[in-house]
Design a protein around this ligand. Structure first.
Ligand code: F6P
Length: 522
């Protein structure tokens, strides 16, 4: 697979020349005035998602050059290598197979050319595990004696399931309360336990590695609480979702649902890690969720680059980060059920693309992942949108809206939709005021992702879209988007400091850490 880093292509130099000559000064208001077809040209239908890209600082010349860049970097070959099950996660020597988790049952393993032996063998495992996990979910849903399900996991073993369970609340079964415990801060678990009864609670211990200290600590405390409450049947009240079944067994859990090292933590909610979602919305709903993601996979794999939404979004991300120098992207879901989407996307983008070296370990001479942040609209409007409209820094905003509401309160949904359109319009149009304080510069970019309805399939497609746009920018940047070595150092140091907190040993510590440690021990 031939991959060329973006800065080593002719298109990169051409883009720089284009940016310096005209691209930096593009006024989107004038671009609309000059092109009555701009909305059509810069909007894109994709499975379950319509995207309006027209309020962004791009024109046909910019997009053509960005597409050249994608081709010269070997984006299509890299994408096909992922779908074919090649070991594109080179620093961990692993395939990247989350798309395989969404292949429909009994479908040919993949229609990508040259399906590898990997795909052929893993596909069967995926479906037998999926069937077992969904059968367990249905059994639990039918068991009226279980009222509470507590997922204990962190990072990818928490954010995806938590985000999706909240997002799909309108499809959730009644009679089961879903809880998520992630933080090693005991306040989180301690606040939940008094509201639970051992005989009516199931704990799902979700950890790819089954070694993550936060999860192991919470799992041990949950088990101790369960036993102290007189709980006996751990096979019934604990299940593990993990690639490390022996460690789960050693912990005393016999009910296990496995997955594989080729599923990255932040890409894992389509695997056994998605069990809380399946318990909440049922087996059929979970299969729809997978089908929505699969539809986006197929679209990403086959649509021409110029009409391919993950590609267009990923290219825009590169344009903004490396040419305009925008440092962050604000995520504004105008649907309260999508309130954990910004947190979910933070891990997806920043853990994937927050890298300073390319996949061969060479330091990069350009910036990579932006900072992602955000809160649901309209709340954000009354908090930090001031900065988005009038601050010194330009922050591209990604609005997410849903056409149809799933409540019947009159007036609310039109008001919500009016607000999302108004905010995007205000960012674009601005407002002149000679006095300064009431002046809005305008020409502030935004994208609107619009779903018809927030269904399991639409959510699956929306998240797969985000995964693939992260793939696109990471691919052009020449990095490995599928490792996360940057999280390791802090974990190692925390172990050392935990020992020192007990002993008081500060030898070799920097002055600040030594001073704080002494203060905490005093
Ligand atoms: O610390 C980062 C990380 O490794 C994430 O990539 C992962 O999602 C999370 O920790 C949890 O890991 P595990 O599922 O192995 O407990």
């Amino acid at each position: 697979m031939a991959r060329t880093r973006c800065d080593r292509t002719a298109a990169w130099a051409a883009l720089h020349a284009h940016f310096d000559a005209a691209g930096h000064a593009l006024d989107v208001r004038q671009a609309f005035a000059a092109d009555t077809q701009r909305f059509e040209r810069f909007s894109q239908e994709a499975p379950y998602v319509f995207a309006d890209l027209s309020k962004n600082r791009i024109d046909a010349a910019t997009e053509a050059l960005l597409l050249d860049l994608a081709r010269q970097c070997g984006l299509q070959e890299h994408r096909d290598a992922m779908f074919a099950g090649q070991k594109i996660n080179n620093t961990e020597g692993r395939e990247v197979g989350h798309v395989l988790l969404r292949n429909p049952p009994l479908a040919p393993a993949t229609s990508a050319p040259a399906a590898s032996e990997f795909i052929a063998t893993e596909q069967a495992k995926v479906h037998s595990t999926l069937d077992a996990m969904l059968a367990y979910a249905e059994q639990l849903r039918a068991d009226a004696s279980i009222t509470d399900v507590v997922n204990i996991g962190i990072g990818g073993s928490d954010l995806g399931p938590q985000m999706a369970v909240l997002a799909l609340d309108a499809f959730a079964t009644t009679g089961k309360r879903m809880h998520f415990v992630s933080n090693v801060d005991g306040h989180e678990l301690a606040a939940k336990l008094p509201h639970l009864r051992a005989q009516s609670t199931v704990f799902l211990i979700a950890s790819k590695t089954f070694t993550t200290i936060e999860t192991m600590t919470n799992a041990a405390s949950a088990k101790a609480w369960f036993l102290a409450q007189g709980g006996t049947d751990t096979a019934r009240h604990f299940a593990a979702l993990t690639t490390n079944v022996p460690a789960a067994n050693a912990f005393g859990i016999s009910t296990t649902f496995g997955f594989w090292d080729w599923v990255g933590g932040r890409y894992s909610m389509w695997s056994a890690i998605g069990l809380p979602i399946a318990i909440a919305i049922g087996a059929a709903g979970f299969r729809e969720f997978l089908a929505g993601a699969h539809a986006m996979d197929e679209y990403f794999r086959t649509a021409p680059l110029e009409r391919n939404l993950p590609v267009r979004l990923g290219l825009l991300d590169v344009w903004y980060r490396n040419f305009h120098g925008f440092t962050s992207r604000s995520i504004a879901p105008y649907h309260s059920a999508l309130r954990r989407v910004p947190a979910y996307l933070q891990q997806l983008e920043m853990e994937s693309n927050g890298k300073r070296v390319d996949s061969s370990g060479e330091a990069l001479p350009f910036d990579t992942s932006p900072v992602l942040w955000g809160e649901p609209g309209t709340n954000g409007q009354h908090a930090y949108f001031q900065m988005l409209h009038q601050g010194t820094e330009v922050v591209p905003v990604e609005f997410i809206a849903v056409k149809h509401a799933r409540h019947s309160l009159p007036g609310h949904h039109p008001m919500l939709l009016a607000n999302v359109l108004a905010q995007a319009q205000a960012l674009l149009q601005g407002k002149s005021d000679a006095g300064g304080h009431k002046h809005f510069t305008g020409n502030r970019p935004s994208t609107l992702l619009l779903l018809d309805d927030l269904t399991p399939a639409a959510l699956g497609a929306l998240i797969a879209l985000q995964e693939h746009r992260v793939f696109v920018s990471g691919s052009l940047w020449g990095i490995n988007s599928f490792d996360q070595w940057g999280v390791e150092l802090g974990k190692v140091l925390a172990k050392d400091i935990e020992v020192r907190l007990a002993s008081g040993d500060v030898i070799g510590l920097d002055g600040s850490t030594a001073g704080l440690l002494a203060r905490l021990r005093a």
